[in-house]
Unconditional design. Sequence first.
Length: 321
Amino acid sequence: MKLIVVGAGISGCICARRLLDTGHEVTVVEKGRGVGGRMSTRRMNGAAIDHGAQFFTIRDNRLLGYLQEWRNGDSVVEWYDHVPNRSDLTDHSRFRGVLGMTDPAKHLLRNVKVEKNFFVEFIKWSGGSWTVKEAGTSGRSLQADHLVLTLPVPQMLNLFSRSNFEFKPEVMSNLKNIRYSRCLALYGLLDRVSSIPYPGIITHPTPQVDWLADNQVKGISQKPAFTLHASAKFSDEIWNVPDKDAVLSLVPLVERLMQAKISEWTIHRWHFAKPSVTFGESHFHSPESRLSLAGDSFGGERIENAAISGWEAAESITQVV
Ligand SMILES: Cc1cc2nc3c(=O)[nH]c(=O)nc-3n(C[C@H](O)[C@H](O)[C@H](O)COP(=O)(O)OP(=O)(O)OC[C@H]3O[C@@H](n4cnc5c(N)ncnc54)[C@H](O)[C@@H]3O)c2cc1C
């Protein structure tokens, strides 16, 4: 069967790999320049910075084979399993990409056809196949027997509306209930090695900040570089504030906690950071529409849950073949 998976986040990558491994012809379509979605690594003047997801866990046995493959392929290593003097944080393995959080996605898609810089403008079912169309009159157009969508559901609903597509009302109503929190990420370079000891993180130093990490101590950056994630509440408060004003209280906090000066910074606003209300099932599979939906809107917040969502979507598809 010929399949298109829209979205190269972890759910799309796992789904595509499962489908490829079971003998199907798969193309992944991704609007970004790279793969990984919210598992994103940026370069800044020689530094590598994970500015989205920071680490992942593997508790579900179904993902152990991939973990082994990633480790054997030098894509993933364990980052830490506990934080000194933080007995409130549970002890378990947290993994990271060797060069950054995009590594596991890149590894999964090594043998999968990927169309990057392809923003799906609309989808259409006609004549027994799905058409997936890029924006613009000369935009790319692909056909498939079955379509998998892995975008955060608010973006999926926009795609449905552009495409004049709807599921039956009860499904649409569940999809419309899905909610995401936002996260303002501040990241950049430091003028010297920070003072944060291994593993290089500080969680919830103030009510405004959820996470502060040193990418050099983490092991991915050659240069001192930090990532800060504002809390959902504070992100909402400063969402529409111009960048230079949004960072007014954050820059001194980073400099104080890391004992270093920020030499360069930038902001990324994650509109759909983590789902606060999900669909209630790991994925949605419609054999009659030849359409499946997956991602953390279904599996729940966290990389591992999104991965399992993609896995189970692939299982549902292969079972009906
Ligand atoms: C700031 C932040 C910190 C986080 N920290 C952690 C953490 O430490 N550990 C953890 O486990 N989880 C963390 N998460 C959550 C985790 O990143 C997500 O749950 C997971 O990565 C979601 O994967 P996904 O495949 O469902 O979606 P995504 O990764 O969002 O993938 C969806 C893909 O679809 C693409 N796309 C969207 N629209 C279109 C279109 N029209 N056409 C083509 N492509 C399109 C997007 O570009 C994207 O690549 C964090 C998230 C954020 C934002």
